[in-house]
Design a protein around this ligand. Sequence first.
Ligand SMILES: Cc1cc2nc3c(=O)[nH]c(=O)nc-3n(C[C@H](O)[C@H](O)[C@H](O)COP(=O)(O)OP(=O)(O)OC[C@H]3O[C@@H](n4cnc5c(N)ncnc54)[C@H](O)[C@@H]3O)c2cc1C
Ligand code: FES
Length: 365
Amino acid sequence: MSIVLTVFSVSLISTILATLVVLADKVLNNYGECEIDINDGDKTFMVTGGSNLLSTLASSRIYIPSACGGKATCGLCKVRLGSEVGAVLPTEEPYLTKEEIDANVRLSCQVKVKSSLKLYIPEELFNVREYKAKIVRITRMTRDIKEFQFALVNPASVAFKAGQYIQVVTKPYANIKESVMRAYSISSLPTNNQELEIIVRLVPGGVCTTFMHEYLQEGDELSLRGPFGEFYLHEGGDTLVFIAGGSGLAPIKSMVFDILRQKLDKKLIFFFGAVTKQDLYYVDLFTKLDAEHDNFQYVPALSQPDISDEWEGEIGLITEVVGRYITDTADMQAYLCGSPGMIDACIRVLEKAGLSQADIYYDEF
Ligand SMILES: Cc1cc2nc3c(=O)[nH]c(=O)nc-3n(C[C@H](O)[C@H](O)[C@H](O)COP(=O)(O)OP(=O)(O)OC[C@H]3O[C@@H](n4cnc5c(N)ncnc54)[C@H](O)[C@@H]3O)c2cc1C
Ligand code: FES
């Protein structure tokens, strides 16, 4: 009898405690209706407080750049605040410079909306939309890279600059119960504005890339958000050097094709670094482009070709190959896309050759 009473008392106390926690959470986290004011009145609207600023804005169709979906691991979701929201969190510190902290720049995924807020964002973010898109073709390019072609369903077209990226919103699958959002550079041409192509490298154990490589089928529909990013062609530069590795080829493909299509009076050289021949892709496409355009040169390079590759092209790390080709950097700009390690090494080589940091643009992932 006493055991039954003890069990009953313990469960009663647990239930009361659990109810108190839920009630306390409701009271403490009830921030009510808060006004969001963007760019001094350009847009104002009411939201319910209590969530982070990134998702609060998204629910009002204001999409801030994000590659990690709010995990504080990409540092892309910065906004400048015109209101006080408390001290910078340790999770934000690695991504904010002292100047940014002084200017009240914060990671929107780490700021909780607890009261009315003023904030400032670039105007072009007002053009970012969520698109329903249908997968029309999935093509394997290498052992770990696939190309995905989307047809836009609603809205039916998108305006973007070659080099920009979109966010893919995944659906729950297998043990993954929540949607995630990841950034992918658009590899197709801006003129083909009813379709989008992206190139995705499978990251072992990666939530989004596993979904895309192993669960997504032709005919499926997905949500995409964009366009985002400042990795696009900038003013100046008679000679443009493009350097990519792996899926970093994606934005470069869009930029190279767009520049050649516009017949801009520029000389282009594209270095693509891979380990062995089986890591190369789009070789025929770029070789043909090279043959058709006097102002475009394609330089694929292998760091460790197999004997069976019978490789007659450039051999060596992409930095060594770039160092051999780039000796005169007058009127030059460089556009780099690939892993952080590759980008850092390429920047060092280009600077050593005389290129100033201001003429080097990059997207790293
Ligand atoms: C602006 C921008 C553009 C991008 N464009 C492309 C693109 O065109 N094509 C493309 O394939 N990717 C691109 N990415 C990377 C992409 O957004 C994802 O980060 C990547 O696909 C991994 O997502 P995931 O959900 O599969 O992995 P997650 O579940 O996020 O990560 C799983 C694990 O893998 C690690 N990890 C994450 N990313 C990588 C990586 N790239 N290499 C090695 N380990 C990693 C994580 O640290 C984690 O431990 C881009 C990123 C940015 C910021
Ligand atoms: S969304 Fe990636 S750090 Fe905020």
